[in-house]
Design a protein around this ligand. Sequence first.
Ligand SMILES: [Ca+2]
Ligand SMILES: [Ca+2]
Ligand SMILES: [Ca+2]
Ligand SMILES: [Ca+2]
Length: 287
Amino acid sequence: MKHRLFSTFVIAIAALLSSCSDDDNNDEPNFMTGKLEVLEYRPAPGQFINEGMTATTQQEADTWAQQRLDNGHYVSLGSFGGYITLQMPKIIKNRNGYDFGIVGNPFDGSSEPGIVWVSEDVNENGITDDPWYELKGGDESTRGYEVTYQKTTEPGDVPWSDNENNSGVINHLLQYHSQNYYPAWITDNSYTLRGTKLEPRTVVGNDGIWKNLPFSKGYADNWGDDKVLDGNNSYLYNRLDLDDAIDQSGNSVSLQQIHFIKVQSAILHNVPSIGELSTEVYGVKVF
Ligand SMILES: [Ca+2]
Ligand SMILES: [Ca+2]
Ligand SMILES: [Ca+2]
Ligand SMILES: [Ca+2]
């Protein structure tokens, strides 16, 4: 059913596009926001997890995330490794330069970068059983980093351990959040999230204000060089380029098109008074 709907939509979009002559060579693209389909919402623990939601199953969590995006709200991916997987409303082609945008909520002093992964439906079955490729950002990173979060059953710090023999906690900020940070619908006593890690760029000014400084480019939710601002200098989205795709070994791969996008929180760090870094996603801008 899902496959047929997807195909129907793609055909409808294809018909629409065939009447547009400038789709492939447009330096100032007209982004459209299509209906994204949430395939999986699997955040790491964090201060916005379980807030305003009562999901007790993965499916209910996915539905909640879908409703959030449909209604123009963000979903938070929590701490390192948390992710959301999205099916695009249309095929995203690799054009010259940037190919799509991801809408986050960064501002000057608040960059919470997420790694962007992409996948093509190579076997054309409408589901994500094909290889995923990371879009390599502009800054140094650690691939294959794993964090295991321990279940907490009541509000409090969430313990974690990683694959580098480190351990710690996601600090619970009781002054701002009364709910448990561990996703309520994950019944396992722990779960492991694997991805690419960025090092925090957190600083505190003389005014005592904590800031998360920007990364260069190629990430979601980042006040980076790839951001697009409107006429009032308000943030709109970050731009991504399929030419940045790499395989598991870090080698460039050539992608002509993709159907799926995954955004994954890239930093494991607590900031005093404002809590853990966590990527937020509002949606995707598609040409
Ligand atoms: Ca491109
Ligand atoms: Ca953010
Ligand atoms: Ca597939
Ligand atoms: Ca955040």
